[in-house]
Design a protein around this ligand. Structure first.
Ligand code: F6P
Length: 385
C-alpha cells in the first residue's frame, strides 16, 4: 500500500505507563496539521513484522484518549524484538527482522517512525536507526531511569499512586501501631521510592543507590518509638539490594532473553523487622497499580510536548534523536546517549539531603549523623541536633 500523503508511524514499546495515549494524541494532531497521514503500529515493534498490523490514526480516533491510561496501540516487552538482556547488555536484533521492518516502513510510505519506549525499546529504536530506518524516540517509563531527560512521563503518575498508598497506610499504621512496608517499582533506580517516600511522609526509604542494614532500619523504628511515635512507614524500592548484596527476584521469566523480574523485598524486610523487634509488621506490594490509570496533569503536559516535538524532529529530518526534557525546555539528544547510562538517584543530591534533614532514614550509618555536616570529626556528635 502507498498513501498519497507522507505518513508518520508511531508505536509504543515495553511496559506501559500513564501518558502513552497523550503522546499518541499529540503526535497525531500535530502531524495531521503539518499535512501527514498517521498510522499506529500495534503491539509495539511486533506490528512492524509479519503479520504487519497497524491502524490509521486521526483526530477522531484520538479524540478521547488524553485521560486514558495504557496505550490504544498495545505494547509488548517480550517477543521477537529484544535489544537488552540483563542490565544494559545489548543484544543484536535478528537482521532478518530488521530487514522486514524496513520493508514495512518503505511499503507503507512511512517517512518517520516515532518509537515511544523505555531503555529496552529505545535500544531497539537505535538498532532500527542504524539499519537505516528513519526513527525518532520518545522516552517513557514510570522508573524515570533514562539518561538525557530530567523526567520521563509516567513517573509523576506512579509517584502520585504510591503517595496515595502511603497516605492510606499512614492512617491504618497509626491506628494499629504497626510498621508498614510499601514495596514500589522502579527497577534499579530509586526515584519512585524516594519521591513517594518524601511526599507520603515515609520514615525509612530503602533505595538501590544507598546500601542499608536491618540494624539501622530497626534502630530508626526504636528511635521513633522513643519519641512516642508508635508506627513507622518503610518504603522499599524493588531494586534495593539486601544487605548481603543480592537483588530480590520474583518468579523467573520463561524467556531467558528478558530482564529479570524484580519483586519480593517488601515481605523480606517486613519479616526481618518482625523477627528482630517482635512488632506487628505488614507488607504491601503496590505492583502494577503504579502503571495503570489516568495520567497526572504533569504527565499529560510532558507527554503532549514530547509527542508534538517528536513530529517536529521528523519534519526537520532529525532522525536517530530522542526528545528529552531539560527544564524548562523540551530538547533532543541522540538515542544512543539516552540509553548509554541509566539515571539513578544521587545519594548526595538535594532530595536525599532534604529527607535526611527531616529525619527520614535510609538505613545507612548516615541516619545517625548530622544531615549537613555528616559523620566527620566536625559533626555534632553523630546525632541530629
Ligand atoms: O520498567 C517498568 C516496570 O514497571 C518496572 O518498574 C518493573 O520492575 C517492571 O516494569 C515490571 O515489568 P512487568 O510488567 O513485565 O512485570
Amino acid at each position: 500500500m502507498s498513501s498519497r500523503k507522507p505518513t508518520i508511524g508511531i508505536l509504543t514499546g515495553g511496559g506501559d505507563c500513564p501518558g502513552l495515549n497523550a503522546v499518541i494524541r499529540a503526535a497525531t494532531k500535530s502531524a495531521v496539521r503539518l499535512g501527514y497521514e498517521v498510522i499506529g503500529f500495534l503491539r509495539g515493534y511486533e506490528g512492524l513484522v509479519d503479520p504487519v498490523s497497524y491502524m490509521p490514526l486521526d483526530a477522531r480516533v484520538t479524540a478521547d484518549i488524553l485521560l486514558k491510561g495504557g496505550t490504544i496501540l498495545g505494547s509488548s516487552n517480550k517477543g521477537r524484538f529484544t535489544a537488552l538482556v540483563g542490565e544494559g547488555e545489548r543484544v543484536q536484533i535478528d537482521p532478518g527482522l530488521l530487514a522486514q521492518a524496513a520493508d514495512t516502513i518503505r511499503q507503507l510510505g512511512v517517512v518517520g517512525l516515532i518509537c515511544v519506549g523505555g531503555d529496552g525499546s529505545l535500544a531497539i529504536a537505535q538498532q532500527l536507526h542504524e539499519h537505516g530506518i528513519p526513527v525518532v524516540g520518545v522516552p517513557k517509563t514510570i522508573d524515570n531511569d533514562l539518561g538525557a531527560t530530567a523526567f520521563t512521563f509516567g513517573f509523576d503518575s506512579a509517584v502520585a499512586t504510591a503517595t496515595d498508598a502511603l497516605d492510606r497506610l499512614h492512617t491504618t499504621a497509626a491506628s494499629h501501631e504497626r510498621v508498614m512496608v510499601l514495596e514500589v517499582m522502579g527497577r534499579h533506580a530509586g526515584w519512585i521510592a524516594l519521591h513517594a517516600g518524601i511526599a507520603g511522609g515515609g520514615d525509612v526509604i530503602l533505595l538501590p543507590e544507598i546500601p542499608w542494614t536491618f540494624e539501622n532500619v530497626c534502630q530508626k523504628i526504636l528511635d521513633r518509638e522513643a519519641e512516642g511515635k508508635r508506627f513507622t512507614l518503610v518504603v522499599a524500592a524493588e531494586g534495593a539490594c539486601l544487605p548481603g548484596g543480592g537483588l530480590v527476584h520474583g518468579t523467573s521469566s520463561p524467556d531467558e532473553r528478558r530482564q529479570v523480574r524484580l519483586g519480593g523485598i517488601g515481605d523480606i524486610v517486613a519479616d526481618e523487622i518482625a523477627k528482630r523487634l517482635g512488632r506487628d509488621v505488614r507488607a504491601v506490594v503496590l505492583g502494577h497499580l503504579q502503571r495503570g490509570g489516568t495520567p497526572t496533569a504533569f504527565d499529560r503536559m510532558l507527554a503532549t510536548e514530547f509527542g508534538a516535538h517528536a513530529v517536529r524532529l521528523i519534519h526537520d529530518g532529525r532522525f536517530g534523536q530522542t526528545v528529552c526534557y531539560r527544564p524548562p525546555e523540551i530538547e533532543s539528544a541522540p538515542i544512543a546517549e539516552a540509553i548509554r547510562q541509566l539515571s539513578t538517584v544521587n545519594p548526595r543530591g538535594s532530595a536525599v539531603q532534604a529527607a535526611r534533614a527531616l529525619g527520614i532514614g535510609f538505613g545507612d550509618d548516615a541516619d545517625r549523623c548530622d544531615p549537613f555536616r555528616g559523620c566527620g570529626p566536625d559533626a555534632n556528635g553523630g546525632g541530629i541536633a
